[in-house]
Design a protein around this ligand. Structure first.
Ligand code: R5P
Length: 313
C-alpha cells in the first residue's frame, strides 16, 4: 500500500482518520486555508507524483463549500501529477435532483458528476446513492457501496424481534433498498406510499402490507428534515406496529429534524458516519455505526485491483 496516499477534506475528518487507521496508514499532508474574501486555498504538502491518491470528502452540509473544496483538491492532485485520483464521497449530495420532475428545472446530480469529471478525477467511490442509476451520470468508474452489511449486522446482533419483524420502505423510492434489507433480515416487507406537496412537505397516504403486532424497521438512504421517517413511524404505530426502528445511511439531519425525532414514536434511529453527527444533534435515540472499515477495505481492493463487489456477497 506504499504507493497509495489518502487525503481528507474538511467535511468528515473523523471518518477519514478511522479509514486510515483501518489501513494502518497516516493521512496525507495537506493545508487548507481561506483567502480574505472566503475563497478556499489548498496546498498539498508531500510529493504525490505517480501515486494512487484517494481523497475522502462527503458533499454534506455545507454542501457547496464541501463540494468546492473537493473539486479544488482534485485539481491540485491532477496538477501535481498524481497517477490516479479517486474521490471517496461517502455521502453524495445533490443526488435527489436526479431528473426533471417538472419543466425548467436542472438535473444537478448530473451537473455535479460533470464537474467532478472535469476537475480530473479518475474514479469515484460512494455509498447508498439516492438513486443507483446516478452511477451512469459518470463516464468514469463508480464503485457504489452499500451500508447494509453494517446496518443489518447491527440489527441481527441486537436480535430485534427476529421472528416477528417487518422491514418498511418509507416511500416508493426506497423499496429496492428496503427489499434487500428485508432479504438479509429474513423479514417481510411493507411500503408506506407517500405523496409530497412541496420540497419539505410530507403527506403519508397509504400503507401496503401488514405491520400489526410486529417490530418494524424503516429503511431509507437518508434522513434530512425527518419528515419522511417520522410520518412513516406514526403511520406504522397507528397501524399496530409494536415498536419502530429506523435505519438511514446518511444522517443529514437539517431543519427541524431533531425536534421531530425527539417527539417521534421511534425506538432507535440508526445512521452511519458518512456525515459527522454534531454534538447538538446527538440524541440518545440516535445510534451511529461506522462504515470506515468498509470504505478502507474498498480503497485497499481498488488500489490492489481486486474485487470490490465481493465485499457484498
Ligand atoms: C426521498 O426520496 C429520500 O429517500 C428520503 O426519504 C427523503 O429525502 C428524506 O427527506 P426528509 O427527511 O426531509 O423527509
Amino acid at each position: 500500500m506504499n504507493n497509495c496516499l489518502i487525503f481528507s477534506g474538511s467535511a468528515n475528518t473523523a471518518l477519514s482518520t478511522n479509514i486510515v487507521r483501518y489501513l494502518e496508514k497516516d493521512l496525507g499532508k495537506m493545508s487548507r486555508n481561506r483567502f480574505s474574501d472566503g475563497e478556499i486555498s489548498i496546498a498539498i504538502e508531500e510529493n504525490v507524483r505517480g501515486k494512487d491518491v484517494f481523497v475522502v470528502q462527503s458533499s454534506s452540509p455545507p454542501v457547496n463549500e464541501n463540494l468546492m473544496e473537493l473539486l479544488i483538491m482534485i485539481d491540485a492532485f491532477r496538477r501535481a501529477s498524481a497517477e490516479r485520483i479517486t474521490a471517496v464521497i461517502p455521502y453524495f449530495g445533490y443526488a435527489r435532483q436526479d431528473r426533471k420532475d417538472k419543466p425548467r428545472v436542472p438535473i444537478t446530480a448530473k451537473l455535479v458528476a460533470n464537474l467532478l469529471t472535469a476537475s480530473g478525477v479518475n474514479r469515484v467511490i460512494t455509498m447508498d446513492l439516492h438513486a443507483p442509476q446516478i452511477q451512469g451520470f459518470f463516464d468514469i468508474p463508480v464503485d457504489h457501496l452499500f451500508a447494509a452489511p453494517v446496518t443489518t449486522a447491527y440489527f441481527q446482533k441486537k436480535g430485534v424481534d427476529e421472528n416477528n419483524l417487518v422491514v418498511v420502505a418509507p416511500d416508493v423510492g426506497s423499496v429496492k433498498m428496503a427489499r434487500a434489507f428485508a432479504k438479509k433480515m429474513r423479514a417481510d416487507l411493507a411500503i408506506v406510499d407517500k405523496r409530497r406537496d412541496g420540497p419539505d412537505e410530507v403527506e403519508v397516504v397509504n400503507l401496503i402490507g401488514n405491520v400489526r403486532n410486529k417490530t418494524a424497521i424503516l429503511v431509507d438512504d437518508l434522513i434530512s428534515t425527518g419528515g419522511t421517517i417520522v410520518e412513516a413511524a406514526e403511520v406504522l404505530k397507528k397501524n399496530g406496529a409494536v415498536s419502530v426502528y429506523a435505519s438511514c445511511t446518511h444522517g443529514v439531519l437539517c431543519g427541524n429534524a431533531i425536534a421531530k425525532i425527539k417527539s417521534a414514536p421511534l425506538k432507535e434511529l440508526v445512521i452511519t458516519d458518512t456525515i459527522p453527527l454534531s454534538p447538538e444533534n446527538n440524541l440518545p435515540v440516535i445510534k451511529v455505526l461506522s462504515v470506515a472499515e468498509m470504505l478502507g477495505e474498498a480503497i485497499k481492493r481498488i488500489h490492489l485491483s481486486s474485487s470490490v463487489s465481493s465485499l457484498f456477497i
